[in-house]
Design a protein around this ligand. Structure first.
Ligand SMILES: Nc1nc2c(ncn2[C@@H]2O[C@H](COP(=O)(O)OP(=O)(O)OP(=O)(O)O)[C@@H](O)[C@H]2O)c(=O)[nH]1
Length: 758
């Protein structure tokens, strides 16, 4: 199965080219390295020589453009390739380089790989215990970096080591762990290798059915991956199991396919082994012709490969075949060929077998003594490593031979020796079992140590996660605090904005209210202006018309309440209407100028203010005529007020901005609303003004500087005398419909103007 490694000419040329490119195009070199590593991996199992050829140039000192990680990867690949090729010395040298670099780089992965590959070398050197220790150390490294794939691969290596130490159940347990991890890592090809190893272990445990299952699973994977060399291996292994199960037909079928694949692959070595086994199986089925043909082909191939021991073994099988066929001459030829090539360093069992065949031939030829000598030598040597069955068979052959010669006693002695040997072998087997148990205990102890390590790691992990939790809690706390502060800040901002907004709204509202008030004021002013006489500052007619109706209504209400018995006699419910007209005003203008007349008129406000309340209506009724309404007063006060007006005007010295002040008099006519207190709504306020006006006229007619007033008399028949007041006032006064008031000493001197009704 081993191929001879050689550096191909192409690779060396490539190496030189790389050295050139290293100086000129470092990036191109890097690309080449990557490609070479990829190709090297590809060839690793099918053609490790190719892997070595591709990667060796990079291990030289001059190749310093190679990065540390690439150097680690290619050294590991190279080491593996040398191990596959069984070039253990070279492999060790590469592993030393790999170790130096891995330690330098503090790279746990490659430190683990170094340990595992050293373990692999020890395994090949059959130092299984030591290899297992190294695998354990490698395992620790891979567990530290939590690399499931590498742990899986290492478990498989450990399984093989344990299998070699005949600790099959432990081996199986590791193989299963390996399988689970590799499945988890998706390393399908490696899984096939483990299944293959499991198949072998089951075979050793004599659990051939399980072995078949494992090998079949490996075969399925390899078929799916189109791994032809792997498929050939699986087919070979399955064939072997069937052979052990003595299901030769199936064994023949699988081995035939294995042979076909190897023939396709031109894998001469494997083909030779396949044909060798196939021949043996066909021999067991008594298919001597095909068996011989295949056996001869195997012999030819082994010869071509110069695999001398295998050539001897192939000859030995042909001897067995010929012996079974009874063709002793051919058997003798093959046996002579084998014996001619046999050397001391060859397998003890092979030598043993050849001895047995030679003895058989001697027996066939009647050369009993020679046969006996060989058999006795075989018994004396009792070679280790020789198949037990073969060893015991020698006893039986010798016993038979002696019995055949009538040497019954000796035959019995040999049989006894056979039994002793049998017992010894059994006892050795027991000792081996004890050794296995001891080894198992050692393993268990190691596993316990691993479990402790793992527990310590778990505790450390828990502590770490506690620390992480605490740290995360603090971080979380900060995050929460941040959000809290953020929310509070948001609220503060929102409140601030709201406050500003409220403030702005309040300001705007205040502004609006101020504007409104201003507007109201302006409107009031406008209204006041529109209802004020500009010259005198007194109200105008419009003002009176606006307000007087409301007062009249109240007055009427008050009197009606009294009349209806709802209230006592009203004493503050009369509206006293005074019409004041300046006397001879035309003369004022004429004599002093219009401006002087204006000055006189303007000073009337001050005079009226001295007599009337602010709430009374003081109106410039027109020209030099004024109307004053004393509101909610008593009609009994009217005459007194009229007199006060007259007197004050008469005694006032009007400043007309001339040398001398001006004196003037006024005539006053007055009346009251309601005119009749017991029929308050009979005359409206305009009618009352008309009555006052007729009174004023009478005062004018009666000499001026005096006053005249008329009020209705209550308790009379409700007769309308209004028109008559203008047409025949004196008659009405006389009839007693009205009360007459005047400042004239003799009311009879009053001169009434009589108007016609229209
Ligand atoms: N300076 C001035 N004179 C005015 C104003 N309004 C009216 N007059 C004048 O007042 C005078 C009123 O004259 P008349 O109606 O004849 O009455 P009088 O001269 O006062 O005579 P009697 O009323 O009969 O006493 C007119 O000459 C008008 O021009 C005014 O606002 N300013």
């Amino acid at each position: 199965m081993v191929q001879i490694a050689s550096h191909s000419g192409i690779s060396l040329a490539k190496f030189k080219l790389i050295l050139c490119l290293l100086c000129i195009f470092p990036t191109a070199v890097l690309a080449d390295i990557q490609e070479d590593i990829r190709n090297a991996k590809h060839f690793l199992l099918s053609s490790p020589a190719q892997t070595i050829a591709l990667l060796s140039p990079y291990t030289l000192d001059s190749a310093d453009e190679v990065s540390a990680s690439e150097q680690l990867e290619l050294l590991a690949l190279l080491a593996r390739a040398y191990i596959v090729q069984s070039e253990l010395q070279l492999a060790s040298q590469i592993i030393d380089q790999l170790e130096t670099l891995a330690l330098e780089q503090k790279d746990l992965l490659y430190q683990g790989i170094v340990l595992r590959e050293r373990g692999a070398i020890l395994f090949i050197q059959t130092q299984y215990g030591s290899s297992l220790e190294l695998y354990n150390l490698a395992l620790e490294k891979f567990q530290l970096i939590n690399d499931a794939l590498q742990v899986g691969l290492t478990y498989n290596a450990m399984a093989q080591s344990l299998r070699a130490q005949l600790q099959y159940s432990q081996a199986l347990s590791f193989a299963r762990k390996s399988l689970a991890l590799l499945r988890e890592s998706g390393a399908t090809a490696a899984m096939a290798d483990v299944l293959n190893a499991m198949g072998v272990i089951f075979e050793r445990l004599n659990n051939l059915e399980e072995s078949l299952v494992a090998h079949s699973q490996a075969m399925d994977i390899r078929r799916a991956l189109n791994d032809r060399p792997g498929l050939a291996d699986s087919l070979y292994n399955i064939g072997e199991i069937h052979r052990e199960l003595k299901d030769y037909a199936s064994a023949e079928m699988y081995l035939s396919e294995s042979v076909a694949v190897d023939r396709d692959l031109n894998n001469v070595s494997n083909l030779a082994y396949g044909l060798f086994k196939l021949a043996d199986i066909q021999c067991a089925q008594n298919k001597y012709d095909v068996a011989k043909a295949n056996g001869l082909q195997a012999l030819a191939l082994f010869s071509r490969l110069n695999a001398i021991e295998n050539v001897v073994a192939a000859n030995a099988n042909l001897v067995k075949l010929e012996l079974r066929m009874g063709t002793y001459t051919e058997a003798a030829v093959f046996l002579s060929n084998a014996e001619a090539l046999l050397t001391n360093d060859m397998s003890a069992e092979l030598k043993f077998r050849l001895g047995i065949y030679r003895a058989k031939l001697f027996v066939a030829e009647g050369e009993f003594a020679k046969a006996e000598l060989i058999l006795r030598n075989h018994i004396a040597v009792q070679l280790d490593g020789v198949n037990v069955e073969l060893q015991l068979m020698v006893y039986r052959m010798l016993s038979d031979l002696l019995a055949q010669q009538g040497k019954t006693k000796e035959a019995l002695a040999v049989l006894n020796a056979h039994n002793t040997r049998h017992d010894k072998i059994m006892s050795e087997s027991r000792l081996q079992s004890i050794a296995n148990v001891q080894s198992s205990v050692d393993f268990m102890r190691r596993e316990q140590q691993l479990a402790l390590l793992s527990r310590d790691k778990d505790i450390a992990d828990v502590k770490e996660s506690k620390r992480n939790f605490e740290r995360n809690t603090v971080v979380f706390g900060f995050v929460v605090l941040f959000f809290l502060l953020f929310t509070l800040f948001g609220r503060y901002q929102s409140r601030r904005i709201n406050f500003q907004l409220k403030q702005q709204v309040a300001e705007r509202t205040a502004e609006l209210e101020a504007k409104n008030a201003e507007l109201q004021r302006a409107y009031g002013q406008l209204q006041a202006i529109s209802q004020t006489d500009l010259l005198t500052g007194l109200s105008n007619r419009r003002f009176l018309q606006e307000h007087i109706e409301h007062d009249c209504a109240k007055s009427i209400r008050d009197y009606l309440n009294w009349l209806q018995g709802k209230a006592p006699v009203p004493n503050q419910s009369d509206l006293l209407f005074f019409l004041i007209d300046l006397d001879g005003f035309k003369n004022v203008n004429d004599l002093n100028g219009h401006a002087a007349g204006d000055l006189v008129l303007a000073q009337m406000k001050n005079i009226l203010a001295q007599i009337f309340r602010e709430t009374d209506y003081q109106v410039r009724w027109g020209g030099e005529e004024f109307l004053v309404v004393a509101r909610f007063s008593q009609r009994e006060n009217a005459a007194m007020l009229a007199e006060r007006i007259r007197a004050l005007i008469a005694e006032t010295e009007f400043d007309i901005k001339q040398a001398k002040p001006l004196s003037i008099t006024a005539s006053i006519g007055f009346s009251c609303f309601p005119f009749f207190t017991d029929r308050p709504a009979q005359y409206n306020w305009q009618q009352v003004v008309d009555i006052a006006d007729t009174c004023l006229y009478a005062a004018k007619q009666s000499g001026r500087n005096c006053w005249v007033g008329l009020t209705g008399v209550e308790g009379l028949e409700k007769v309308d005398t209004f028109d008559r007041l203008f047409t025949e006032p004196e008659q009405v006064i006389y009839e007693g419909w009205v009360n007459l008031y005047t400042s004239l000493e003799d009311p009879r001197s009053l001169s009434w103007q009589v108007r016609s009704t229209s």
